[in-house]
Design a protein around this ligand. Structure first.
Ligand code: NAP
Ligand code: MG
Length: 482
């Protein structure tokens, strides 16, 4: 078999300017923070910048700025005018796409190919999509002349930093809410670049405020009495804490939480395409994907040949420098996340599953984990039940379609699922039985702003994207809210 060596094809980082430290973005300007923490490049542990840690004074100022902007400007502005700002932001994001992509890759560790071709274009697409809704809110489906909630407190994770910001900020602004957003501790830099885009777009001061910090800053935002709606993406554990914290209040909330998706392969599936889909399902973004296809369910009579084909394909995954345009699998986002992946994988060994990874040389510095599969996994194993959130696939088998569905639904989560089969009738049958918010057939990990995304059970409350996602930022007398 011929193999190809790839010469390095490094994307230049010269397009990006990173300040040595950043303050918070409040009321249209950057203000110094008191305490700082480092944001690092997880592929080589280089300190990129010092980020401010928001305390209660910072959160108070940001929420007040958002309130004033809401009452004085943004909620009063005709939707058509708000839409113009969203279009302007979307166009600037496109113009500065390479800058965003390089910065995201430096701060997060994801391959430049993904930040360039997925994260950044999709983030811009969310702004374009919602810009179109801003003057058509009567047609969202929440009643006539719907109203925004007020100030939205938004908290996002580190796996798709800019994209999660876009999922949160674009619908909030289109609906007429103002925003205080807290990015994840390890990935604040593209949110801070987005703040500069807001300035460039001359967005009225206070409409978007970005406060950086850790979980304590997030909790201050959740508990602030001046916040009307919480939008959170992150772990189920923190999601539950937020639900408890807001239970005695009138705050609205959407929670996008974890997942442990089944990717089901029936024996009539085309094997090569399926193997590509399995790889995309679990190794895209290092497996740091809430809807990752992390439980592969193979029909027993094709299990062996599928696993063999998967191993051949996995041996071709290129792991390494995220700025290299040939790289498929980048760095794990933090040492903390690497530790979680290592310890959960160790339980797979202890509980008797068989681990396999292709030979690959991992860089010496930074946080790395090779693409890994576990075979011989049963439903009782922790690696079949708990979210690993890394490049680790648990492989189970089934004999009948009914058994596949039963195993797929045997999880506290219900975010996504995949079905591989040549037969349309079988796909539709399976899709109807699966308790998951998003179901892909003969593909995986496809996202689109018009398509609502969200989960069942412990995967969260509500939907983001599409008309459903926008409705969560609106209320009307007709639907009996407020
Ligand atoms: P996480 O610990 O829940 O953190 C998410 C965000 O919440 C971060 O900004 C975090 O700040 C903040 N936070 C932490 N504790 C908080 C608290 N008590 N109150 C308010 N905010 C708090 O989750 P993660 O480990 O970063 O992300 C991985 C998890 O997110 C996975 O379980 C994954 O499935 C889930 N996720 C879900 C989706 C979805 O759409 N359903 C998308 C992506 C990720 P710090 O970063 O500073 O700790
Ligand atoms: Mg970082």
């Amino acid at each position: 078999m011929t193999t190809f060596d790839y010469a390095p094809a490094l994307e230049s980082r010269s397009i990006v300017t990173i300040d040595s430290s950043y303050g918070h973005f409040i009321n249209g300007v950057f203000v110094e923070g008191k305490n700082h923490f480092a944001s690092i490049n997880p592929s080589n542990e280089e300190v990129l910048s010092q980020i401010s840690l928001a305390g209660s004074d910072d959160i108070n100022r940001a929420v007040s700025a958002a309130r004033v902007a809401y009452e004085a400007t943004w909620s009063k502005m005709p939707g058509k005018e708000r839409g113009k700002y969203l279009y302007r932001i979307a166009r600037i994001m496109q113009e500065r796409a390479r800058e965003f992509a390089v910065l995201e890759t430096l701060d997060n560790g994801k391959p430049i190919r993904e930040s360039r071709d997925v994260d950044v274009p999709l983030a811009a697409a969310h702004f374009f999509y919602h810009a179109g809704w801003a003057d058509k809110l009567d047609y969202v489906g929440v009643g006539h002349s719907p109203r925004p909630h007020g100030v939205a407190g938004q908290i996002i994770p580190w796996n798709f930093p800019l994209l999660m910001l876009a999922w949160k900020v674009a619908p909030a602004l289109a609906a007429g809410n103002t925003v205080v957003l807290k990015p994840a501790e390890s990935t604040s830099l593209t949110a801070l670049l987005f703040a500069q885009v807001c300035q460039q777009a001359e967005l009225p001061a206070g409409v978007v405020n970005i406060v950086t910090g850790d979980g304590s800053s997030g909790a201050l935002l959740v508990n602030h009495p001046g916040v009307d709606k919480i939008a959170f993406t992150g772990s189920t554990e923190v999601g539950k804490a937020i639900a408890r914290a807001i239970a005695p209040t009138k705050k609205k909330a959407t929670l996008e939480l974890g997942g442990k998706a089944a990717n089901i392969v029936f024996d009539d599936a085309p094997i090569d395409e399926t193997v590509e889909g399995i790889v995309n399902g679990i190794f895209f973004n290092q497996g740091h994907v809430c809807c990752a296809g992390s439980r592969l369910l193979l029909q027993e009579n094709i299990a062996e040949q599928t696993i063999e084909a998967l191993k051949v394909r996995m041996a071709k995954i290129r792991v390494g420098n995220p700025l290299d345009k040939n790289t498929d699998l980048g760095a794990i986002n933090s040492s903390e996340q690497l530790g979680k992946i290592q310890s959960l994988s160790a339980t797979g060994d202890q509980e008797g599953a068989q681990r396999w990874s292709p030979e690959c040389v991992l860089p010496e510095k930074g946080y790395w984990f090779p693409p890994t599969i576990f075979t011989g996994v049963t439903q009782a194993h922790r690696i079949a039940r708990e979210e690993i959130f890394g490049p680790v696939l648990s492989v189970l088998t089934f004999r009948t379609p009914a058994e596949a569905i039963e195993k797929a639904n045997n999880t506290p989560y219900g975010l996504s699922a995949g079905i591989w089969s040549e037969k349309g009738s079988r796909i539709l049958w399976a899709a109807q039985q699966l308790r998951a918010g998003v179901i892909w057939a003969n593909t995986f990990n496809k996202f689109e702003p018009a398509s609502p995304f969200g989960g069942y059970k412990e995967s969260g409350w509500g939907r983001e994207g599409g008309r459903h996602g926008l409705a969560a930022y609106l209320t009307s007398d007709e639907n009996g809210d407020n």
